[in-house]
Ligand binder design. Structure first.
Ligand code: KIV
Ligand code: ZN
Length: 521
């Protein structure tokens, strides 16, 4: 089933590629459970199309697209494919269980990409456009075709390829700014040129896909919408190749806040934005910069006295949108030590969690433990607590059982005593290091020898106050593969070990995957 749209309509299709282009950014990989969680969140928030992976790239990607296809009912599930039969067949196969499926096939059309990367003549590229769309149509009526490096493509050739793709059955034609090179006026002119010159353009939805190399991805996407594009490809938190993709939350909030000058609708429930941002940042380990528009920690903070005074008198003096409109209920005191099961369960639902009875019981037990350690428990604490549980999987090869660390001025060097469950066997050891974190990580290496290199160690306080939970991110690298792990606890050392162990488990899964063959998108 295809999504109905036409250029005269005001409805903009939101195509999310967090799980595909977003996941392509170095160090941003997600495991299957994490991808499913993100996919469910995207569906809940009203994303129209979820690009869930590149099935031919690896068995992990194939499985992710296949599993997302099984659970998503409201959104269209999309899989990416180059123009080869193998790619398209793999996407068609992975998408089989989807109720609404889309194959997104692409080929480079710029002179530079055709001659250097593809080493193909324009004539052969043009034929590949037709053949690939024809092949994809065997699996679904909903086919998207992309002109990779579209913004650096000669106009006549671009129009010819777009026309042929539509004639072959593409229902969406995407003009990516693959290298983040264009600027708003130029991009709008390009989209208008395509709308004016391609005779069958009314048979397809024009889509845009912008990268952020010059920080213009959102501005370019919005300019394209004003010029007639009716699908925007974007990612949560703007993650993606290099400087990232256009950020979903910025596009959606700009369309909503400036509906007076951009009168276009979309299906996103903006109140889910903050939650989606936190989930994506949690599973990828990519912290959101504090001054990031919409979802940064400071996006709604008013520091200057004059601003605070104004906001207290009337929020609209300095706020163009409300924190509530993006689902931000900052530091709301929720529950305490004496809160019962019912209140906890209500809070989980309010925060958008639907846990099975065992998971709920376990979360409640952990909430009680937390309330014993921490006087005030906020929404952010509950989110961190539930999310922390979700990152652990029953298939994890390594699990933290206990940790004791001696450090400070009297214990030099710092020493750790650690007990891990490794492949079902309990192992323990003593270790030391330059600091407590080093001592703990050395312990993990002793009990589970590995060659991975620590690339990033990052600590973030979930809320304010010295009793706040620490949220730690660890990035490990092995043979060019990077993974992020996260862990949360009121004890920073426990959170650190949880994060390292999480990353290690992800690395083990990644080792089993096959590497993509010369996949360049
Ligand atoms: O940036 C790009 O050109 C892409 C295509 C595959 C759409 O990601
Ligand atoms: Zn891209």
């Amino acid at each position: 089933m295809t999504i109905q749209t036409d250029q005269n309509q005001r409805r903009v299709i939101i195509f999310d590629t967090t799980l595909r282009d977003g996941e392509q950014s170095p160090g941003c990989s997600m495991n299957l459970e994490e991808k499913l969680r993100v996919a469910k969140m995207l569906e809940t928030m009203g994303v129209d199309v979820i690009e869930s992976g590149f099935p031919v790239a690896s068995s992990g990607d194939f499985q992710a697209v296949n599993e997302v296809s099984k659970i998503i009912k409201d959104a269209v599930v999309c899989g990416l494919a180059r123009s080869s039969n193998t790619d398209i067949d793999s996407a068609g196969e992975a998408l089989k269980p989807a109720e609404r499926k889309r194959i997104h096939t692409f080929i480079s059309t710029s002179p530079l990409h055709m001659s250097v990367k593809l080493q193909m003549d324009p004539g052969d590229v043009h034929q590949a456009v037709i053949d690939s769309v024809n092949r994809a149509r065997k699996y679904t009526d909903d086919v998207e075709w992309s002109a990779e490096d579209g913004t650096r493509t000669e106009h006549d050739f671009l129009c010819r390829c777009v026309e042929s793709a539509i004639a072959a059955g593409a229902t969406t034609v995407n003009i990516p700014d693959t290298v983040g090179y264009t600027v708003p006026d130029e991009y709008a002119t390009l989209i208008r040129m395509i709308m004016d010159r391609v005779p069958n353009i009314d048979k397809a939805c024009v889509s845009v896909h912008c990268h952020n190399d010059l920080g213009l991805a959102v501005a370019n996407s919005l300019a394209a919408v004003s010029a007639g594009a009716r699908q925007v490809e974007c990612t949560i938190n703007g993650i993606g190749e290099r400087a990232g993709n256009a950020s979903l939350e910025e596009i959606v909030m700009a369309l909503r806040t400036r509906n007076d000058v951009m009168p276009y609708d979309n299906n996103i429930n903006t109140r889910d934005i903050t939650k989606a941002s936190r989930i994506v940042s949690g599973v990828t380990g990519f912290a959101v910069q504090p001054n990031k528009a919409i979802v940064g920690a400071n996006a709604f903070a008013h520091e200057a006295g004059i601003h605070q005074d104004g906001v207290l008198k009337d929020a609209s003096t300095y706020e163009i949108m409300t924190p509530e409109s993006v689902g931000l209920a900052k530091n709301k005191l929720v529950l305490g030590k004496h809160s019962g099961r019912h209140a906890f369960s209500e809070k989980l639902s309010e925060l958008g969690y639907e846990l099975g009875s065992n998971a709920k019981q376990d979360a409640f037990r952990r909430f009680k433990d937390l309330a014993d350690l921490k006087k005030d428990v906020y929404d952010e604490d509950i989110i961190a607590l539930v999310d922390d549980e979700v990152v652990m999987s029953a298939n994890d090869r390594v699990k933290l059982l206990s940790l004791e660390i001696k450090c400070g001025t009297v214990h030099r060097p710092p020493r750790a005593h650690m007990k891990l469950d490794v492949d079902g066997a309990v192992k323990n050891c003593n270790s030391s290091g330059d600091g407590p974190v080093d001592a703990a990580f050395n312990g993990i290496k002793k009990l589970f020898p590995h060659a991975a290199r620590l690339q990033l160690y990052q600590v973030h306080a979930v809320t304010e106050g010295t009793d706040a939970q620490a949220e730690v991110t660890v990035r490990l690298e092995e043979n060019g593969k990077t993974v992020n792990g996260s862990g949360t606890d009121t004890d920073t050392m426990v959170a650190s070990v949880k994060a390292y162990v999480h990353a290690l488990n992800k690395l083990m899964v990644k080792r089993e995957k096959t590497a993509p063959v010369a996949v360049s998108v």
